[in-house]
Ligand binder design. Structure first.
Ligand SMILES: Nc1ncnc2c1ncn2[C@@H]1O[C@H](COP(=O)(O)OP(=O)(O)OP(=O)(O)O)[C@@H](O)[C@H]1O
Ligand SMILES: [Mg+2]
Length: 406
């Protein structure tokens, strides 16, 4: 960390975002710098081109250094994609002698116990987030230190990543002389940035509709309960348009951004768009509805997978906060309406972080949420003796909720 400044990098499938932030006086975070650069080094959140990724990180870091006249060396980095998995785990510890006060050491030991699940040899844990403690079967305890009881239990949300991917991120940073400070689950950060404290509490899903994937996280009772990555992002819509309308990818992207709509039925048959097809000297008029049909088909596939994940999560009917759509892809006209029609009776809204200025905030939720996670969540439980690496860090979301609600 550079002084009081926290530097984060969101490694996206279309761009990398670098953000520098510091604690704000009101308990929130204040953004000092926000830079982004297009990057083709990642696919669905996984590094596929190490040099391109390192080059982009280097360019962003140089920009920041030039702006502030200082070096930035340590970065908190996002982790998301089908290779990142989360699971709930339980830990247990007997308190001996019974009825002595529960200590910080006990809390760390019970969390450590929850982390002793077996992972495939090519995976490693990158985050452990305590969700709930139980003392002598009394549930929903947030801070057990100082309480008395004979049995301490914890439910944690454990996040794991492919070791090769962790190493690739480390390598990309090292190539530019930077260090990996911590990996933070991307959809966790999106949720922190765009959900209200009430939504985090009552049960709400955040959907980060990115370029290469759509990350989903379910929050309930103030903590992360489920996460997954759906392998369909907005770039796939562009490639569908390009293939089906026989256009260059740039023209397909322009059509999507300027005239795209996720609900073909809402587009009048009279509406026309000009399409420049490959090999044709002139742009040709085409029904806008045809474009919408191509887009709808892919968004329907994505939202169908969201519905499937909702069923798998066990939170069906348990999300009074419904869905919040964020990420660059969420700017697509009527994607919220289509999602509502597919998932059923849930409220759906679009949401983006408050970043001030003229910048479009969609697509910056992960970077902002990571900074909030690192800065605002002061309730960091120090690792017990011997555990030194960033993988052993444990943070809970309670202080963020408390801070926001006050
Ligand atoms: N108005 C718009 N309508 C539809 N799609 C849009 C719009 N604006 C941006 N997008 C799409 O959003 C995507 C970029 O979103 P975002 O910046 O959230 O992705 P990313 O973080 O780079 O990728 P990922 O999170 O999948 O790794 C691009 O595919 C872009 O075409
Ligand atoms: Mg993203």
């Amino acid at each position: 960390m550079s002084g009081d400044w926290t530097c984060v990098l969101d490694l996206g499938s279309s761009k990398i975002v670098a953000l520098v932030a510091e604690p704000a006086e009101d308990g929130g975070v204040s953004i000092i710098a926000l830079e982004s650069a297009p990057c083709k080094g990642l696919k669905r959140g996984a590094i596929v081109d190490l040099e391109e990724t390192a080059r982009t990180i280097d360019a962003l870091a140089r920009k920041l250094s030039a702006k502030f006249g200082r070096e930035f060396t340590d970065f908190v980095v996002s982790a998301a994609g089908p290779h990142v998995e989360g699971t709930n785990a339980q830990g247990f510890k007997e308190i001996i002698p019974r009825n002595r006060s529960i200590t910080h050491q006990d809390v760390m030991e019970v969390i450590q116990h929850s982390r002793s699940i077996l992972l495939a040899p090519d995976r490693e844990q990158i985050q452990a987030i305590p969700r709930e403690f139980r003392v002598d079967n009394q549930r929903n305890i947030l801070r057990p230190v100082g309480m008395t009881g004979g049995k301490l239990e914890v439910v944690t949300y454990l996040v794991s990543n492919q070791t090769a991917q962790v190493q690739n991120v480390q390598r990309a940073l090292n190539l530019t002389g930077k260090n990996l400070e911590q990996l933070v689950l991307g959809p966790l950060a999106s949720g922190i940035a765009v959900l209200t404290p009430e939504e985090l509490e009552i049960g709400t899903a955040v959907l980060d509709f990115g370029a290469g994937k759509t990350d989903m996280a379910i929050f309930s009772q103030g903590s992360l309960a489920y996460s997954c990555s759906i392998p369909i992002g907005s770039a796939l819509i562009t490639s569908d348009i390009s293939k089906l309308l026989k256009t260059a990818p740039e023209e397909a992207e322009r059509l999507k951004l300027e005239s795209g709509c996720a609900l073909a039925g809402s587009v009048s048959e009279q509406e026309i768009v000009e399409v420049r097809q490959l090999g044709q000297p002139m742009a040709r008029p085409m029904q806008k509805r045809v474009l919408a049909e191509i887009i709808e088909s892919r968004v329907r596939e994505m939202t169908g997978m969201v519905k499937g994940q909702l069923e798998k999560s066990g939170f069906q009917g348990l999300l009074p906060g419904g869905f919040v759509l964020t990420g660059g892809g969420a700017k697509l006209d009527k994607c919220d309406v289509l999602l509502r029609s597919v998932v059923g009776a849930y409220p759906v809204r679009k949401g983006a972080p408050d970043i001030g200025g003229d910048l479009d905030p969609f697509g910056y939720g992960v970077a902002v949420g990571m900074a909030q996670f690192v800065i605002q969540i002061s309730e960091e439980l120090e690792p017990i003796d011997g555990a030194q690496s960033w993988q052993d860090r444990v943070k809970s979301l309670w202080s963020l909720l408390k801070g926001k609600a006050e």
